[in-house]
Design a protein around this ligand. Structure first.
Ligand code: ATP
Ligand code: MG
Length: 650
């Protein structure tokens, strides 16, 4: 960003107080903010006691070598024991841990007792294959219970996993295997995707032909689809055969709180993915606490469903580690939201009586595009808290989510966090916060975040600038795998002593935080820094628009000119005069400075595999440049389509 902080254009005045029933029975009340403000480290030490430690920590935070943090460093624990065994020991062995719903409609309920046996077998199998504490294991799987079992088995034996999203290419898989130097890969023959079996194993075979991945000696293959797959004798083994030979008992060993738990690559929205390293005790403390607080989880009665893929941090923290550490019952769904029909998700909510739902703005906007009548066909009355993560949620999408999914009844929690933060950082609390559509609002108890200007000075209420984290937090990344220097340069060099998240934000007059998108995406128009998020939200507030992506393209008069790509609701043809109407609409919502110079209706937007809009590619298009890194793009064909639609710049 240049020398001027972000303009604060949008005003959203709708307010939603917590429902009385949720407030009366909430896991966390306003007192938590107070307690954490008075004694932040004491607060986290207390949260660490949610876990079962083999050796309780005496030390909370060691910040003697910033920004390399150590949390609970003298404590020892086993993550898998915390996520599985202790619930069985507490008498909850018969509780369902995972309701698995396959895309073709097959389903399986897995209790905590069954999960314990499976994880034990898998841990024994990995040990038998020679996987030792500290060795890295790559996991390249569809959304199957075995993916969860594999992750927990790695955690159980102290072998950090590196989960690679199951639809990445052979090259993407190979570079991640190489970067982490994994010697074992866990995969599946395939998975069901859009109504058909889709093969996974051939991609692994191809990845392992790359020189960097040549050290892999074992490949464990889960049988899901039964399709024919190539087989390399001596290297490949069936998961079920290998596990059958193993005992279903395994004694978990305790590891240091700072033992590495996993490496996970960021989604690549801004460029080349970074291998983020997370460790054990602090990570598990924060994901367990935030899941308990932000979803108000009651493990005896709630059914939680996080729709993220296990290959993203949201899947790690809020499918695997947070919910299972809390003894939750959760849904795991294999497929796409529109197979075999556009109401599949809502059918699943009805079937399992889902009470807590966690999804992404991209999915909400897609459902808006498909129409209100689809969720209306299902009984969604079990839902009591709705969560959002991944991108700023446009106020109109927030309102739609609450109204059409939450029956105008449920709190919506917009949770801001990153792969790097490990767990949620900024979010309303459902029983405490008066919610504002489109705002993540308040740092969670024990979290210190604020918005600063170019000089690192905190902005006053009403101002905009850069989101920074001002104190270390338990689930913070410890480094970028194998690259401490990149860790320092990327996150800690922009502002002295602070973590810079890369996102722009503003504080409203109450001091609540609104995320404004990535600072790389901020536009400079006639001397004003304007956020892409605000212009996009203004467009989405027009009844004809389901989704919008906005970029600043170089312009001789105004430095940059706002260029908008929009998806129409219902996918209908563009009527005459719509572009002018949209420009006028934005001018009315935000002021004339934010009026897009060009608006282009498109069928699809370029998104990362995790569903985030890749504005940098649209900027490349708008400026007639060659496209940057597209390796994490869902569908490269989208870019060709957009390029052919784009008329020559005026
Ligand atoms: P890369 O760092 O490789 O470009 P990425 O940032 O997309 O990839 P993630 O860690 O998955 O990878 O995403 C974190 C980012 O997602 C945040 O920095 C922020 O830009 C965005 N984000 C997540 N949740 C929210 C939210 N609730 N509101 C606004 N933005 C959000
Ligand atoms: Mg990022």
């Amino acid at each position: 960003m240049s020398n001027e902080s972000l303009a604060n254009l949008m005003t959203e005045t709708r307010r939603f107080p917590p429902p009385a029933a949720v407030a009366a029975d909430a896991n966390v009340t306003a007192a938590a903010y107070q307690a954490a403000a008075e004694d932040r480290l004491g607060f986290w030490a207390e949260q660490a006691r949610r876990l079962s430690w083999a050796q309780e920590p005496n030390e909370t935070l060691d910040w003697s070598n910033p920004p390399f943090a150590k949390w609970f460093a003298d404590g020892r624990l086993n993550v898998a024991y915390n996520c599985v065994d202790r619930h069985v020991e507490a008498g909850h062995g018969d509780r369902v841990a995972i309701h698995f719903e396959g895309e073709p409609g097959d389903s399986r309920a897995i209790t905590y007792a069954e999960l314990q046996r499976e994880v034990s077998r898998a841990a024994n199998a990995l040990t038998a294959l020679g996987v030792a504490t500290g060795d890295r294991v790559a996991i390249y799987m569809p959304m199957l219970p075995e993916a969860v079992v594999a992750m927990l088995a790695c955690a159980r034996i102290g072998a950090p996993h590196s989960v690679v999203f199951g639809a990445f290419s052979a090259d993407a898989l190979a570079t991640r295997i190489e970067d982490a130097d994994a010697r074992v890969v866990i995969t599946a023959d395939g998975g069901y995707r859009r109504g058909a079996p889709s093969a996974l194993k051939p991609t692994v075979d191809e990845a392992l032909t790359r020189p960097g991945a040549a050290h892999v000696r074992d490949v464990l293959v889960v049988r899901r689809t039964g399709q024919d797959i190539p087989w390399t004798e001596g290297r490949d083994r069936w998961w079920h055969e290998t596990l059958e030979q193993q005992s279903d008992e395994h004694t978990p060993e305790a590891f240091d709180a700072e033992h590495p738990l996993f490496i996970l690559y960021t989604s690549g929205t801004t460029g080349k993915p970074k291998g983020i390293l997370h460790t054990t005790g602090g990570y598990l403390t924060q994901v367990a606490y935030t899941h308990h607080a932000v979803f108000d989880l009651k493990p005896e009665t709630d059914v939680f469903w996080c729709t993220a893929d296990i290959g993203w941090v949201t899947g790690h923290s809020y499918i695997v580690y947070g919910p299972l550490a809390n003894g939750a019952t959760e849904v795991l769904y294999e497929g796409t939201p529109n197979t075999p029909h556009n109401g599949r998700w809502w059918e699943i909510v009805e079937k399992y009586g889902v009470t807590l739902l966690y999804t992404a703005p991209t999915a909400i906007r897609t459902c808006m595009k498909w129409g209100d009548d689809i969720p209306a066909r299902f009984d969604l009355s079990s839902l009591r808290v709705l969560g959002s993560v991944g991108e700023p949620i446009n106020p109109e999408a927030w309102i739609w989510y609450r109204k059409h999914i939450g029956g105008d009844r449920t709190p919506v929690v917009d949770t801001w966090w990153q792969t790097e933060t490990g767990g949620m950082m900024i979010s309303p609390l459902p029983g405490v916060t008066e919610a504002k559509p489109g705002s993540a609002q308040t740092p969670l108890p024990g979290i210190s975040a604020t918005v600063v200007d170019d000089d690192g000075v905190e902005v006053a209420n009403g101002g905009g600038g850069y989101l920074t984290l001002t104190e270390p937090w338990p689930s913070m990344l410890r480094t970028i795998w194998g690259d401490d220097q990149r860790f320092l340069d990327t996150y800690w060099s922009r502002f002295e002593g602070r973590y810079f998240a890369g996102d722009g934000a503003k504080k409203d007059t109450d001091g609540d935080i609104w995320l404004l998108g990535r600072v790389d995406d901020v536009m400079l128009v006639s001397g004003h820094n304007i956020s892409t998020t605000e212009v996009e939200s203004a467009l989405v507030s027009h009844p004809r628009i389901a989704e919008a992506a906005v970029v600043g393209a170089t312009d001789p008069q105004t430095t940059q000119a706002i260029c908008a790509f929009v998806i129409l609701r219902g996918g209908a043809e563009q009527e005459e005069g719509l572009v002018e109407e949209l420009r006028a609409h934005v001018a009315k919502e935000l002021g004339p400075i934010a009026k897009p110079k060009r608006i282009l209706a498109v069928d699809e937007l370029p998104k990362t595999r995790s569903g985030k809009i890749m504005r940098r590619l649209l900027r490349d298009v708008a400026e007639n440049r060659e496209l940057g890194d597209v390796t994490t793009l869902t569908d490269p064909a989208v870019m060709d389509l957009i390029q052919t639609k784009l008329p020559a710049a005026p």
